[in-house]
Design a protein around this ligand. Sequence first.
Ligand SMILES: Nc1nc2c(ncn2[C@@H]2O[C@H](COP(=O)(O)OP(=O)(O)OP(=O)(O)O)[C@@H](O)[C@H]2O)c(=O)[nH]1
Ligand SMILES: [Mg+2]
Length: 345
Amino acid sequence: MSKQLQTSRPSKKPLRLVLIGKTGAGKSKTGNVILNNDTHFQCASQGSSLTQVCKSSDAIVSENWVTIVDTPGLFDTKKNNQEILDEITKCIWMTAPGPHAFLFVVRIGRFTTEDLSTLELFVKHFGENIFKFMVVIFAHYDDWKRDGVNDHSDIKDFVKTLSLKLQNIIKNKCKDRIVAFDNTLKGFESRSQVSELMSIIDVMNKSNMKDENEYYSNGDYKKAHVVIQKEVMMEKYNLERQCFREEAKMQRQIEEATDEKVKKSLAKKQDECRLKWKERLNETNIQRNVQRQPVRIIVLKNVLEIGSAGLGVLGDIIPGPVGIGFKIAATVAGIFSNIFNSIYK
Ligand SMILES: Nc1nc2c(ncn2[C@@H]2O[C@H](COP(=O)(O)OP(=O)(O)OP(=O)(O)O)[C@@H](O)[C@H]2O)c(=O)[nH]1
Ligand SMILES: [Mg+2]
């Protein structure tokens, strides 16, 4: 290659966050505020519940590549068990190999049994260990201050007014990891509450890393990780084939061109194309795209339902073209990788 290829995406530390909480607590809005853009998640209008399915979005925040999964207020939307399980499977898919933090969003001053039920639903599925990775976000801080029904401007004092059960969750289980969010703020003030959250997550991560668990994981997450890696491999193989065909076609055109000007312009086009392909073939980018595609979740659903059948033989246990695809991809990907490594790495 004539020029050193560079990728335009910065290599930031990935941070995977899951928003949980009851309907109307402010999860989607908080997600937008963290990602610094109101277009990531749709917010509910007064009194109606909006988010119906899990959605993932990402952006760079404080030097991290932050992926946030917004979840529906599972308990309040009266979903049946199967629908709840489907949403949890999606959440696992989108945050595999595991979330660095579960952000439990509560509307300050309105902590109810529904908030607790939502939390319990997640604890039931993910286990008590989830608390090691939990931060409580008190949203609607502006409303609470304006209501003036409290004598406490500090949320630490506010926590002392809560029921003993809630105080226990916050103090003993979440180790006082709390932060107030006024989602109506803009500019510097808005960013400073996000920075406070990021440093709480950072301290929590460091402490969890000492136990060799920077992010939350369980058996389902481990299975999801294996499935995603295989999907990434297949996707990479398909993209490399496309890229190979395009490269060969361009090379032929350059060799066949007789006019020097045309040759030069084709060579320039080839360089631009290689740059584009380098970006598309980047494994982190492929993985990000794979984890964004809801249709792929069906594969994970199959695996979780099959349970202990064994992950090493995914190609055998997953029926149909996907299973066959795994086997073919494993064999052929190696051959293609060698060719592409020489051009694109
Ligand atoms: N004043 C004020 N309004 C907020 C705040 N956070 C969220 N809201 C508003 O509260 C309403 C509900 O917020 P959402 O973020 O949609 O709530 P949600 O938890 O995602 O709700 P579901 O999607 O139904 O589960 C929206 O109108 C938001 O704009 C806040 O800190 N202050
Ligand atoms: Mg929502």
